[in-house]
Write a protein that binds this ligand. Structure first.
Ligand SMILES: Nc1nc2c(c(=O)[nH]1)N[C@H]1C(S)=C(S)[C@@H](COP(=O)(O)O)O[C@H]1N2
Ligand SMILES: [Mo]
Length: 505
């Protein structure tokens, strides 16, 4: 049996590892969950089986799967503390549960009394802690299955149950993929009208030429994605309607053709996630095409006392946005276009909200279906009862992108560069300091508008040695970015982005 255990351990990792990376990387989240559930059930059964034959063989299986989960997680684009902790936690829990089950099983088989049955084991994934920044993280470790072995009937029943679940899951996944494919097809044939109010031209010099900088306008395929949707909602524009409800003089139903016939506005807007860590990449700048929300709200006529709009998506997710922000003169849009094409499905096709100045969780509803005019006293957005602030104005922030972490830096003239943002207020100044010395002004590129990020750069003569470099931005009201470090919850991170640079001769 040691041989079998060893062979399993040797054989499983590469295959499971590749599979896990492929699945984490590309497949949709339902396929991921169904697959994970099945793999976990199978692994748990295997662990139980091996453990019942030989002590610690099951532990080994779980431990290996935990390591595989860790490797898979580290292979992902966005690695967060949670994502790393999860496989370790899952493996640890799996081992504890297995131990407990085995001891139960031993008691149960030796006592051979009918009264006590082993408790049903969980097979699905453990609920992950609700963090917004991450897409719901898969439990990359095993759960624990029934203690198979002596009780063949139970084992076969579990196997049968697993097969049924696999079939149902497979059919469901195929159906969802079919719906998404049909909507993708409609999207690819859609021609958006040109803007009645085109975007002001990008000022000369707004995009700095410096190796390693992010592009000034983020390509759609590189745009960060955050949402709670396990599968991307497939919304057919031909049947889509937006309802305006609640505290309004006139309720409105707007269909897609009517929306496209409105005079559309095109603007660059940088949107950001409240879960963006200092120095993080949950931020992107796109050219959005849409109809100003204030026009629609003016048609509906908000009643006195209303101070919030609860926007709702196809999948039930909601955001609470101050009414004032949606009715003032900023370009809050019912967006249909992103960088010259219809919204990608993952970014809210066919219609989403884009609101300059607010974090996405209180404004940027994708797959939009309803605007309920209401009051903060009466309604809450999805994240507010989950530990996030009712209001979410974007905090003035800045980031160092060049030199990139890990790229070698040679003594001499060292180029630094990055971005700074304070949406709807704008940036007046960016400064850098070396080893906590005096703040030095950098070259600040002209912004596209107050609603987008600004690029900056600075060259410094540096001799060999270790340096700590920090950046800070000041907004156009003259308010500098907050120095004190704070976590992303409940209303966005603060603190200066700080990098360490090892300058070599
Ligand atoms: N329907 C729906 N819309 C949503 C969310 C969501 O979970 N569901 N997340 C919001 C959050 S938290 C952010 S930061 C932005 C991200 O938009 P993006 O994925 O297009 O970058 O979408 C917002 N819109
Ligand atoms: Mo977000």
């Amino acid at each position: 049996m040691t041989g079998v255990g060893g062979a399993v351990i040797d054989a499983v990792p590469p295959a499971v590892k590749d599979w896990a990376i492929a699945v984490f990387g590309t497949a949709d989240k339902l396929a991921l969950l169904v697959g994970m559930g099945l793999a976990i059930a199978a692994l748990a059964a295997l662990a139980g089986l091996l453990e019942s034959r030989r002590r610690f063989a099951g532990f080994a299986v779980i431990a290996v799967f935990g390591v595989v989960g860790l490797v898979a997680v580290l292979g992902r684009a966005q690695v967060t503390g949670n994502a790393v902790a999860l496989p370790l936690l899952a493996a640890g829990t799996g081992i504890l549960v297995l131990r407990w089950l085995m001891s139960r099983l031993r008691d149960w088989t030796t006592a051979a009394t009918a009264g006590e049955r082993p408790a049903p084991a969980t097979m699905g994934e453990r609920p992950a802690p609700a963090t917004m920044g991450e897409r719901p993280a898969p439990a990359a470790g095993p759960g624990a299955g029934p203690g198979a072995g002596p009780d063949r009937r139970r084992f076969l029943q579990a196997l049968g149950g697993g097969a049924v679940a696999a079939t149902v899951g497979g059919v469901l996944a195929a159906w969802l993929r079919g719906a998404a494919a049909a909507v993708s097809e409609v999207r690819s044939k859609l021609a958006l009208p040109s803007a009645a109010s085109p975007a002001p031209p990008v000022p000369a010099g707004a995009e700095l030429t410096l190796d390693g900088m992010d592009p000034l306008v983020t390509p759609n395929q590189d745009f960060y994605r955050i949402d709670t949707a396990l599968t991307v909602p497939a919304v057919d524009p031909d049947t889509w309607v937006l309802k305006v409800t609640g505290l309004v003089e006139r309720e409105i139903e707007l269909d897609f053709a009517t929306l496209l016939a409105k005079p559309l506005t095109e603007r660059h807007v940088t949107i950001a996630c409240v879960s963006n860590e200092v120095g993080g990449d949950l931020i992107g700048n796109a050219l959005w095409l849409g109809w100003p929300v204030r026009e629609l709200l003016a048609m509906a006529g908000p009643k006195n006392g209303a101070d919030m709009v609860l926007s709702r998506s196809k999948d039930g997710w909601t955001a609470g946005t101050p009414l004032e922000v949606l009715t003032d003169d900023r370009d809050a849009l019912l967006a249909v276009g992103m960088n010259g094409e219809p919204l990608p499905l993952e970014h809210g096709f066919p219609v989403r909200l884009v609101v300059p100045g607010l974090y996405g969780y209180v404004s940027a509803t994708k797959w939009l279906t309803e605007l309920k005019v209401t009051r903060f006293a009466d309604d809450v957005g999805y994240w507010t009862p989950r530990g996030w602030s009712e209001r979410g104005p974007i905090k003035t922030s800045s980031r160092i992108d060049v030199p990139r972490a890990g790229s070698p830096v040679r003594a001499g003239t060292v180029a630094f560069g990055g971005v700074a943002w304070a949406q709807h207020t704008g940036i007046s100044k960016v400064e850098l300091r070396v080893n906590r010395g005096a703040w030095q002004p950098v070259e600040l590129a002209p912004g596209i508008s107050r609603d987008t990020w600004y690029q900056w750069r600075l060259s410094l003569p540096l001799t060999p040695g270790l340096y700590e470099i920090q950046v800070r931005a000041t907004n156009l009201d003259g308010v500098p970015q907050i120095e004190e470090r704070s976590q992303v919850a409940p209303d966005g991170a603060t603190g200066f982005h700080t990098i360490r640079v090892d300058v070599t001769p």
